[in-house]
Each structure stands twice: as structure tokens, then as C-alpha cells.
Design a protein around this ligand. Sequence first.
Ligand code: F6R
Length: 617
Amino acid sequence: MCGIVGYVGGQPALDVVISGLKRLEYRGYDSAGVTVLADGQLAAAKKSGKLANLEKELAARPLPSGTTGIGHTRWATHGAPTDANAHPHLDNSGRVGVVHNGIIENFAALRAELAERGHALASETDTEVVAHLLAEEFSSCGDLAESMRRVCRRLEGAFTLVAVHADEPDVVVGARRNSPLVVGIGAGESFLASDVAAFIAHTREAVELGQDQVVELRREHVTVTDFDGVPADVRAYHVDWDASAAEKGGYDYFMLKEIAEQPKAVADTLLGRIDAGGSLTLDEVRMPASVLREADKVVIVACGTAFHAGMIAKYAIEHWTRMPCEVELASEFRYRDPILDPRTLVIAISQSGETMDTLMALRHAREQGAKVLAICNTNGSTIPRESDAVLYTHAGPEVAVASTKAFLTQLVACYLVALYLGQVRGTKWGDEIGSVIRELSAIATQVDDVLGTMEPVRELARSVAAAGKNTVLFLGRHVGYPVALEGALKLKELAYMHAEGFAAGELKHGPIALIEDDLPVVVVVPSPRGRSVLHDKIVSNIQEIRARGARTIVIAERGDAAVAPYADHLIEIPPTPTLLQPLVATVPLQVFACELATARGNEVDQPRNLAKSVTVE
Ligand code: F6R
């Protein structure tokens, strides 16, 4: 939520900052702004709306050139997305510039205090108070990093702050509490950003900033301390993907590219996790086997799409390990006083590794003594760092706001964890595990197969858009139920349509009243070769809605003759074992939502009101 870039070096700062912001626009696009230091002054430009608006503004009124600068792309929290509320915020003298990601919870008190001392605040944001406080501190100590430390000690809430001062022309200072910030180390230049994507074109050498740390960035070196000025240990790492992985690669949208990358993402997530003998080796999960053996229940916490992955994981974990497994929305978890103890294994699933709700849930779990295993796509992010163990998904950078390849790889990781638990606890024989792993290994090809047959799905999406439909329902049973929820979520966030997912059996308890003539209803049908009761029941559900006029869009296994007569539109997927079906059944729903959004003229990669990495609660 909100993208931040800071630069000090030998290049024109504006170019570096703007190109970095382009890579971070997925984090928020309500407004954008930049400040550069030139000739001992700060020069700033900011504009509501997307980065393109700021670029137009800069073309019309160019800023003077400088080699130190900061920039911001905003997802609004305090204050509407106007020019005035756009970052950077400056103090009254115009000598301090600040950008911010997060929420400063005590900003009202600080604002009142500043007003009493005669400061005039121009925006409705919480951020602006920081510019004014920094200016006050700087006037007494003359050092921006020290001023930042002093200010941070007074702030409550979650924040990444990056600031410049006109009196320290080759310095950028950053601070971090509960929101992401990474440092990039180049040759004679240094970078700060919410995500390495912002500086990957310049350097792949990065340094993680820890909780409650302040960094002073200069061309040749960076200095990291805690908020009290005590030098901090930092972890440097090499980013193992390059700039091309974050480019669209010929696709119109990142989402299309990321959907197409799913076979590789799935295969990569299995890489190195199976030994020559075919059994599972999750050595990187540095959690003693005794912890996994002694655990008496699993609790999964996650949000949005990752929560749907967790719902599917529950079926696999309970079936393969016979351990009770609860799945909970991370945003609800800690507020209901959950029962946790050292024998609870908490699994936190997050693509970004920065989702505040999930982070708070895992912190709560650890405070109660539970052990936390993170499933995450972003190396070095906060959630894995604060967990006891981590299993990384290898989806590569996911830029489109709507999650696609991350979801499939989260599923693969969940299946691996479930099997691993079964292996360690002895509830699954080696040959059973080997057989599921072989089935999982075949999935990448099956996803590829699905992707090759998507033209009718795209046509269908266009026809739904052309018919002016505003509601689509999604039904599923068993693991098909979370798939239905995921299909509905994709449609809501991308096509801005009323889309709801239901457990098919629940329909008769109320939602069936929604069915009317020609209403599109997508039904995810389980394999007829699996538990036939599931399949037969859903075929009956399809007949029930069809009898009431629904237009049925049926996702079913190739060759499922029993369901074909009741499908107005049949989308065939390859045969898979029941538990693994979400890996293939979700793909047509992603394509459907993407095409429908495009047909309705929506921004696919940057849906309205959303941001990729949700770093506020
Ligand atoms: C939906 C979507 C969101 C995220 C959710 C959690 O397409 O992307 O629902 O899944 O915000 O994000 P992470 O996985 O980064 O914790």
C-alpha cells in the first residue's frame, strides 16, 4: 500500500524515481508525487490520479535537475486522493520533504500540538505532521537521520517514512515500522524502495531493513541504526530475478502474463522439494520435526485470495494428516481471542509477505506460544522474517493487483506442507506421498493444457459483458467451494460486478432466491471419478438452478458425460485427483474475469480502490 522510492547517486534523480514508481504503481495509484534536491532547494510536483498525470505535469512544468530525490505513489488512507493530499509533503519552510506508507495513529494529537506552535498544515493527511516535526528537530540538531529517529520515537502506528532536507543535499533518510522498506546498494549510488522491483534495473544487491530502524542513505554507503541511534545488524542479499521478470513481456497486461506464467510457477514451486527417491525434502522449513509431530492442530490465517488457498489447504491437511485444521480471515483472527498454545501450528499465507492483517495475526499467535510457518512469495519480507519457518513459493514477481500465479503456487506449497506433515507424523505412507507428488508434478502440464483452450471462455466473457449482465454467481462443493469464492472475488475486483460464491448445497437455504431468467451461474464440478456423491449432488444442484432459468456455465472434467446435458456453456478441464482440482479449475475463472473486465473497459492491472500490498489494517 503506497509505493516509495528514494535515490542518491550520480544519475538524474527524477528519472530514477519516476521509473521506480512505475514499477511500484501496483501498490497504489490514487496520486503520485516527487521531490528533487536542486541548487540547495527542494523542487516538488504532485498530482492526483495515476502516475501518468504526474508525468504530464512534469512535461508541462519541468523540475530542475538534481541527483537526490524521493517519490511516492499513493493508496489513500487519511484524506481524499487530491493534489493537496498527494505526497511528498513539505514543512512550512519548504526545506523538508517526506513521503509515507502506513498510518500514523496519533497524528491528530501531533497535529493539534503543531497547530498550537503556529504550524499551518495544508493537507488532510497524517503524513504532513512528520514533515513539520522533522523541520523542528532539524533546526535543533542539524542532522536529518537524528531528526528522523527523534520523530519516530514519538509516532504510533505503522509507517515507512522517507525524507530529504535541502540542507543535506546528498542524503536520503528512511525509517521503518511495520511497513516494508528495502535498500538497494549500487556503485556510487543508493536506493530506497517499498519493493526491490523499483531499483532492480540498477542493482540486484539489497539490504533488508528491520523493524524500528532508520537508514541514512549516501552515495557510497548506508548507515542503519535503531530508533535510539544504536547501530543495527543488517542482512544483505542478492535479488535472484531480473528486471525482465517485472516487465509485461509482450502481453497487454501483467495479469495476462502472470496467468500464462502459471505452469512455470507451479513447476518452480515443486523444484528442489522432492529427492531422487521421490520423497519430500522441505529442508528449508527450518522447524524441528518434533514441533510438527507434537502439534495438535493447524490454524491457517490469510486474507483474500490467500485465504481461499488456505480454505483448500484445510481439506488436504485434514484428509492427509487427520489433524484438525481451522482457517480464519487474518483480519478477524486476533479479535476473537483464539485458542492457541505451543502445540498449535499456525500457517500464515501471503504473497507479498507484508499484509498487515496477516502480520498482526501471526504476531498474536506467536505471543500465545504457537509456532508459525509462513508460505510466502516475497523473499525477505516481514511475514517470513517474523515467522518460525518459511516455505517460499516460487511464483516470481506478481505485479497485477489481482493475484493469479501466486494463488496456484500457494496451493502447491499448501499441498507440500500437508504431505510433509503426513510424512513426519507417519499418517501417510511413502508410496502414497510419492503418488501425490507425481500427480502434483503433472499439474504444470495440465495448467498449460487449460491455458491452450481458453478462447471459448474469453468469448463467453465478452458475451456476458455485451448482454450488460451485472451479477454472476459461482457455486462449488468441497474444494470447489473456495474455487467458487475465488472466481467471484476475481470478478468483483476486476469487473466491478456483483459476484458471489456459494457452497452449492447452501443454495437451497436462501441464495436460490437470487436465480432469475438468464442469470449466469458458474458451477465448479468435482471429478466424476472421485467421491461420486459430491459429483452427483452438484449435478442435481445444476438442474435445480437451470429449472429456475439460470444460464449455467459449467467447469467440469473432460469426458464428464453426466453433467454435459445441463451445461449451457461447458468448460472442460483435464482429469485431476479431487483434492488437486483447484489448480486447474481456477484458471478459466481468472481468464473469464480478466476478459470481462477488459470488455467493460476496466483497468485490469490496477482495479479501482485496490492496492497490491495491503499494509494497513
Ligand atoms: C485478490 C488479491 C488479494 C490478496 C490479499 C492478500 O486478487 O490479490 O485478495 O490475496 O490482499 O495478499 P497477500 O497474499 O499479499 O497477503
